[in-house]
Design a protein around this ligand. Structure first.
Ligand code: CAA
Ligand code: NAI
Length: 284
């Protein structure tokens, strides 16, 4: 495998493109508008610059990595890719539409991986004529730092596709865990209800955002508190995952916190909009 198309140049897509390029792959990074593609490329550039400043990467290496990434808006420009990794908005209808389009554009041997954080791989596979080549490849945020990739098998995913993706994850320097498809997979089934519960604590006035986060950092040794983590993930993504868990299991223990919903409606999505449970500037 030599080249990959990453769909979506947001929080995850830009990180995914970066790690593939760092591992020597030719990468096409696609978003729906050129300014969004450029924003993703700027993030990658900043991340690599940090590594250069720390002496972990030479300037020449950085230039080579950047040179391997081509930002595009027109999907047809992504020629001869072995793999597509989809990292667009967490909405099943939008993702299905995109998978159906991809199926028309790319040859039958191209693998389609989705970075969905909770949705059904089988559902996405069903809109293609290659369900055996559709798989979950769930990276974690921030992608360049986090070691785990959940490799999620849909009902029809073939053993060959699964093995190819596990090998690829190792090639990226990351660790795969195998997950049989279920809503939220493993990490988000545990993590996002915790974040949702932290939002309830805040809504009920049990403690301030700072104290909730300090409690979990110092009391449970989490690297960051649940509300700061929600801001890093994106409150829209957290809400979408809770909604999937609630709908798929039909169990009210997964009911999304009204405060989370209210904040998403207000466009307070966390770091990406500079306002969530905390306020951010471009520097932090
Ligand atoms: C929603 C889903 O579907 C799934 C998910 O992703 S759930 C979210 C999973 N992620 C987490 O749980 C993250 C939890 N937080 C952490 O692990 C850490 O707080 C953190 C890695 C984000 C930051 O670590 P920290 O020690 O507090 O800060 P800091 O010292 O600045 O960063 C540690 C390293 O990460 C790097 N880093 C931090 N943020 C980064 C980013 N956004 N991009 C690239 N590198 C980053 C830093 O450069 C630093 O690198 P070095 O060790 O080489 O110096
Ligand atoms: N934010 C997180 O911590 C994590 C998110 N995920 C998942 O990754 C996916 C992306 O999430 P984020 O990067 O956070 O979202 P984001 O909102 O930061 O970025 C999504 C990008 O996709 C673009 N997009 C929408 N439709 C598109 C299309 N048809 N083609 C190409 N680009 C398109 C949008 O313009 C946007 O730039 C979601 O499925 C999410 O659940 C998975 C792991 C962690």
């Amino acid at each position: 495998m030599k080249s990959v198309l990453v769909l979506g140049a947001g929080t995850m897509g830009s990180g995914i493109a970066q790690v593939f390029a760092q591992a020597g792959f030719k990468v096409f990074l696609r978003d729906i508008e050129i300014n969004l593609v450029e924003k993703g490329l700027t993030t990658i550039n900043k991340n690599l610059e940090r590594l250069v400043n720390k002496g972990k990467l030479t300037l020449e290496d950085k230039q080579e990595i950047i040179g391997r990434i081509k930002g595009i808006v027109n999907i047809e420009e992504a020629q001869n890719v072995d793999l597509v990794v989809e990292g667009i908005v967490e909405n099943i209808e939008v993702k299905k539409k995109v998978f159906a389009e991809l199926d028309e554009i790319f040859p039958a041997n191209t693998i389609f991986a989705t970075n969905t954080s909770s949705l059904s791989i089988t559902d996405l596979a069903a809109v293609t004529k290659r369900p055996e080549k559709v798989i979950g490849m769930h990276f974690f945020n921030p992608v360049p730092v986090m070691q785990l990739v959940e490799v999620i098998k849909g009902v029809a995913t073939s053993e060959e596709t699964y093995q190819t993706i596990c090998d690829l994850v190792r090639q990226l320097g990351k660790t795969p865990v195998t997950v049989n498809e279920a809503p939220g997979f493993v990490v988000n089934r545990l993590l996002i209800p915790m974040i949702n519960e932290a939002a309830y604590l805040l809504m009920e006035g049990v403690a301030t955002a700072e104290d909730i986060d300090t409690a979990m950092r110092l009391g449970a040794n989490h690297p960051m508190g649940p509300l700061a983590l929600a801001d890093l993930i994106g409150l829209d993504v957290c809400l979408a995952i809770m909604e999937t868990l609630h709908k798929e299991f039909g169990d009210d223990k997964y009911r999304p916190c009204p405060l989370l919903r209210k904040m998403v409606r207000a466009g307070h999505l966390g770091r990406k909009t500079q306002r969530g449970f905390y306020q951010y500037t471009n520097e932090n």
